[in-house]
Design a protein. Structure first.
Length: 380
């Protein structure tokens, strides 16, 4: 609700993505009289939602923490869900647009006041209401209750520029190292020629991300070789907890690949000895087998060792445009885990990708956005 004599609102929500929309709907349902002002920099809300899950929107996962909260929330706004065999949860329609539209219709039914195409330029402490917000069109507004849900830096093409981190720092919060996550890894220069012949090849593997020889993350699944590096969901998952040294030239970052995770090295060596000429084509395919045989000098023990432990030097990740989410953000230890309110600045709330956690593929990141948005909407 706006004070008629000024530009002071009971509550303001910045960010028209997953967390912000969930928060706004929840807030409006519990508060019959106070209506928040909703600020979105884009010309429409939910642009990034439309691109998730290859246009199908992987809303959540049966294994996600607080999944039932997400399920009940979407049921309450008229969106039915379906679950794939691997536990991923999608809208029953199979269309991301259904998710975005359900959220916007629900917000509109509750009478949400939305201002579009007007980016917030700054957030400061205010003498009267608590927070003073300046917009790009030079409008100045104030509120005593503020939710920052402007997302991370992943997907600048959707209007994600990391503004939440700038605002959080100015209001006294710690922001941990920001890096692209759920994103392909780039070859170190020396590896580009080494693996050029495998461009486009997909193989099953187990992987470890090694920094100076120590394991930083591990995953298993389908790997894709590209002209620039390594891709595929199992590679994306390695980047959700990237070490700060990933972009440090003084550190050695490698991926150790096991191309036959279900077969022990002794069995592999015996296969090679018994099938010289066919080598490992029956295990890893013709192209990869040829590379391993060549690098192993046609020696069975060396080929087997490479098959189980092939080291590939990497030089960071692709950029923010290709990243699906952000690793790092506003430190969660500075946020009340029950309410989403800042423990440093009263009346300030955070939700979604603005916060530091990043999760593996499968709907976990969106589930976190819905749930932290709902949490903030209950206490804002």
């Amino acid at each position: 609700m706006k004070n008629k004599k000024s530009n002071i609102y009971d509550a303001i929500i910045i960010g028209g993505g997953a967390a912000g929309l969930a928060a706004a709907i929840t807030y409006l349902r519990r508060n019959e009289h106070g209506k928040p002002l909703f600020l979105e920099a884009n010309e429409a809300c939910g642009k990034k939602i439309l691109a998730t899950g290859n246009g199908r929107c992987n809303i959540s996962n049966l294994s996600a923490e607080n999944y039932l909260i997400t399920k009940e929330f979407f049921k309450s706004i008229g969106l039915l869900l379906r679950t794939s065999d691997d536990g991923r949860v999608y809208p029953a329609s199979g269309q991301a647009a259904s998710v975005r539209d359900a959220l916007i219709y629900a917000a509109d039914r509750e009478g949400l006041e939305i201002r579009l195409s007007n980016r917030v330029s700054s957030v400061d402490k205010a003498a009267v209401a608590g927070f003073a917000i300046s917009l790009e069109d030079e409008t100045k507004i104030e509120t005593s209750r503020l939710l920052i849900a402007t997302g991370g830096k992943a997907g600048p093409q959707f209007g994600c520029f990391g503004d939440s981190y700038k605002f959080a720092r100015k209001l006294g919060h710690t922001v941990t190292g920001i890096l692209p996550a759920l994103v392909p890894l780039l070859y170190a220069e020396k590896e580009k020629t080494r693996f050029a012949e495998l461009k486009g090849l997909r193989v099953r593997a187990r992987a470890q991300l090694l920094v100076n020889g120590a394991s930083a993350a591990a995953s298993e699944g389908e790997l894709q070789f590209t002209e620039y590096g390594l891709s595929g969901i199992m590679i994306f998952d390695l980047t959700t907890t990237p070490p700060s040294t990933m972009s440090d030239d003084k550190s050695k970052t490698e991926v150790a690949l096991d191309f036959a995770p279900d077969v022990d090295i002794t069995t592999i060596q015996r296969l090679i000895v018994d099938n010289e000429g066919f080598w490992l084509e029956g295990v890893v395919g013709k192209k990869l087998s040829a590379l391993l045989v060549r690098e192993g000098g046609r020696d069975a023990s060396r080929i087997a060792a490479l098959t189980k432990h092939c080291l590939i030097s990497v030089n960071g990740t692709k950029g923010w445009k290709e990243a699906q989410t952000t690793a790092g953000g506003v430190k969660v230890s500075e946020i009340d885990s029950k309410t989403g309110e800042s423990l440093i600045c009263k009346g300030l709330f955070f939700a979604g990708e603005a916060l530091e956690p990043a999760f593996i593929c499968g709907g976990f990141n969106l589930n976190y956005a819905w749930c932290t948005g709902i949490r903030a909407g209950l206490y804002l």
